[in-house]
Design a protein around this ligand. Structure first.
Ligand SMILES: Cc1cc2nc3c(=O)[nH]c(=O)nc-3n(C[C@H](O)[C@H](O)[C@H](O)COP(=O)(O)O)c2cc1C
Length: 211
């Protein structure tokens, strides 16, 4: 089984990456493969709402010159996904937000690749906006019928300079516990695959509160 983490920070060795790697350590201890993909250090188009992904339904975004179409099949093939972002102005960092909007829109257009995968979110912050960003990341997971793994506190790690998060020993523990819980959920899912049927996907009712 494999978990893919998305690092939404421009720092490939910063606090977000550090937090994700701590969860990854626990996952590997439990025999789960762990890979991190760096998204925040690349230019990523914002979603233009052109809806070509819903017209074509070919699993691709119309913008073919950035990382989204490359990462989509990797996420589709993963059993678990961890979204990580640094806190920028109390929210998700820009490139990560663009990446998530387009990735989850394409997934939605193609029957929801992420349904019933295990998911978790992680935020790295100097001081304020950690839980707000954590909540915002969780929105992508919860709209996708994902099984959200949790820890013994909200998944936020504190630090400013790259890798300073190592000094946040409570935050480090949160990430270790998160990794263990993700591994356990994946193993439970695997062990009960033949015993407990997944609920079938329901056709989506879509209203805009006007008609
Ligand atoms: C543009 C920008 C905006 C930021 N906004 C906030 C913020 O709202 N609250 C905060 O506590 N830290 C803020 N920070 C600090 C980062 O969240 C913090 O340094 C984080 O650990 C960076 O993670 P990284 O090492 O993975 O890049 C900001 C940093 C930058 C560059």
């Amino acid at each position: 089984m494999k978990v893919t983490a998305i690092n939404g920070s421009p720092n490939a060795a910063g606090n977000t990456a550090y937090a994700l790697n701590q969860a990854g350590l626990s996952l590997r201890e439990e025999g789960i493969d762990f890979e991190m993909i760096h998204v925040g250090n690349k230019p990523v188009h914002g979603c233009t709402g052109c809806c070509r992904c819903f017209e074509k339904r070919d699993g691709r975004c119309v913008f073919a010159d950035d990382i989204v179409n490359e990462v989509l099949p990797v996420l589709k093939a993963s059993d678990g996904i961890i979204l990580g972002s640094p806190v920028y102005y109390s929210g998700i960092a820009g490139a990560m937000k663009s990446f998530l909007d387009r990735t989850f829109f394409v997934s939605g257009a193609n029957g929801n690749y992420f349904r019933h995968k295990v998911g978790a979110s992680v935020a790295a912050v100097r001081r304020s906006g950690g839980t707000m960003t954590f909540n915002s990341l969780n929105m992508y997971l919860s709209i996708s019928e994902m099984l959200i793994a949790s820890s013994n506190y909200w998944n936020v790690i504190h630090g400013n300079e790259p890798a300073e998060a190592a000094e946040d020993i409570e935050g480090v523990q949160v990430m270790h516990v998160l990794g263990k819980n993700i591994a356990w959920m994946l193993k439970m899912k695997e062990a009960t695959r033949e015993l407990v049927a997944e609920p079938e996907a329901t056709g989506k009712i879509f209203t805009n509160f006007i008609r």
